[in-house]
Design a protein around this ligand. Structure first.
Ligand code: PEP
Ligand code: CO
Length: 477
């Protein structure tokens, strides 16, 4: 095929290999890794490039301030979460949260799950010391090794297992959505019984009454016959940490029409332009530990046509932001890059303004999506050694972020949350007011603590309330 491709000069899906890299798996058997990579190269894409392009268009609307981005899911997704109930509860929660956000923000909501591929975890130490004094390799996510102590060695075949679990999860997401799991004609269970604060309860009830009435009204007048209400878009995302997995999933594909891009074209005159899509998910992000501007992950990302995210935190110099943006998005495509900010409640006010000014004062004005991750700067360890987060810290970082953006004239376009549809007890506080003693009731995360369904929904109500306050012209507090 003679169509030109849009890859930047000197870039190939494997050019990252010539760069220094952090968090890289040191496999013992390179031949077994090559075999796994060849196997992945032959398998079909998990997502289609047209879907990736559709998401990019939605994110351009977010960058303009015309839509809101909700992204959420587990910190570490396990292969074992590839089960119908776990998948369904996550879809339902994201849908329910997005309805609340549509009501509050009065804007379309773009939904991205941290799921169907979120199998790799960066670790601060390659080893961990067990209570009995033994030192073992740290658990690095199911794509690399297993949580069980006898599974801690790196196993290249897990790269292939990651593909199959990702594909099976997304297949079920698609099937559940196509079969009406997101059907808004069904009554939703808003379960506000746990909310003890009467003022909060009144506020949530107002939203629920509005949403329920609106859906009933649409049903009465037949407006819900519109196909759009039967289904929703749910895109997938993960941290693209393991480049041995992402590289073979990256394919040179036509950006319009065409299915495989692999067959011969009989009509060269109309060949659409080609671009490299990482087909493991719609949206990929670079984590806080791997965003060094001259390292492998930024190199890999700069050739992708996908919309991508970059975690931004206390260790990000404002000038690095521009270097990264110029590497990843030299043509200033709106919505191409999402900056996922995560400073911690105590530091957001000190650090975020300089980041906003660096970006919004450059050629990237109104071009990036500013997304708040109020989780990763707020992790703490209890006196008993349990990793947790306090709901009020998460909320404070979110509020401060919203306020700083309002002051700087930029738009906080989204939120990035670690959550689960299950009734876990991993984060403290919320309207159930979980305390340290409650954490042991149902703590199941293998990595960071997640908001449970009630806490997550509550977060959506609070963001919605903020937007309504702003729209009504009331001062923020
Ligand atoms: C994560 O999103 O789970 C994560 C590890 O975040 P960060 O890279 O921001 O620390
Ligand atoms: Co996490």
């Amino acid at each position: 095929m003679s169509a030109s491709n849009s890859a930047p000069k000197g870039w190939t899906p494997s050019s990252w290999r010539a760069k220094p890299i952090k968090q890289s798996p040191a496999y013992e058997d390179p031949k077994a890794v090559s075999r796994a990579i060849s196997e992945l190269q032959r398998l079909p894409p998990i997502v289609h490039q047209q879907e990736i392009l559709r998401l990019k268009k939605h994110l351009a609307a977010v960058a303009r301030g015309d839509a809101f981005l909700l992204q959420g899911g587990d910190c570490a997704e396990l292969f074992d979460y590839c089960q119908p109930a776990a998948i369904e509860s996550k879809i339902k929660l994201l849908l329910q949260m997005s309805l609340v956000l549509v009501w509050g923000a009065d804007k379309p909501v773009v939904r991205i799950g941290r799921m169907a591929g979120q199998y790799a975890k960066p670790r601060s130490s390659p080893n961990e010391t067990l209570p009995d004094g033994r030192t073992v390799p740290s658990f690095r996510g199911d794509i690399l090794n297993g949580f069980e102590l006898d599974q801690r060695e790196l196993d290249p075949q897990r790269l292939v297992r990651a593909y199959h679990h990702s594909a099976a999860t997304l297949n079920y997401v698609r099937a559940a959505i196509a079969s009406g799991i997101a059907d808004l004609h069904r009554p939703l269970d808003w379960g506000l019984g746990h909310v003890r604060d009467p003022a909060l309860k009144a506020k949530y009830s107002e939203a629920v009454t509005f949403l329920t009435d609106m859906l009933r009204f649409m049903h009465t007048i037949g407006a819900d016959k519109n196909d759009k209400l039967d289904t929703v878009d749910l895109f997938t995302s993960h941290e693209a940490l393991v480049l041995e997995y992402e590289e073979p999933m990256t394919r040179l594909l036509p950006s319009s029409h065409g299915l495989s891009g692999g067959g011969s074209s009989s009509n060269a005159v109309t060949s659409p332009p080609l671009a490299y899509y990482d087909t493991s998910a719609h949206f990929l992000w670079i984590g806080d530990r791997t965003r060094q501007v001259d390292h492998a992950h930024v190199e890999f990302f700069r050739g992708l046509a996908n919309p991508v995210g970059v975690k931004v935190g206390p260790t990000t110099p404002p000038e690095d932001l521009l270097t990264i943006l110029r590497a990843l998005n030299p043509s200033c495509e709106p919505g191409k890059v999402t900056l996922i900010t995560r400073y911690g409640a105590a530091r957001v006010r000190e650090l975020l303004p300089a980041h906003i000014r660096a970006v919004e004062g450059s050629e990237y004005k109104r071009c990036v999506v500013w997304q708040c991750d109020p989780m990763h700067g707020n992790t703490q360890t209890t006196t008993c050694g349990i990793k947790t987060r306090h709901f009020s810290d998460i909320l404070t970082e979110l509020r401060e972020t919203l306020m700083v953006h309002a002051e700087e004239g930029s738009y906080m376009g989204g939120v990035h949350l670690e959550l689960t549809g299950d009734a876990v007890t991993e984060c403290l506080g919320g309207s159930e007011n979980l305390d340290e003693d409650d954490l042991s009731t149902n703590y199941t995360s293998f990595c960071d603590p997640r908001l449970n369904e009630k806490q997550a929904l509550e977060m959506a109500f609070l963001i919605a309330d903020h937007h309504r306050t702003v729209r009504q012209g009331k001062p923020l507090q």
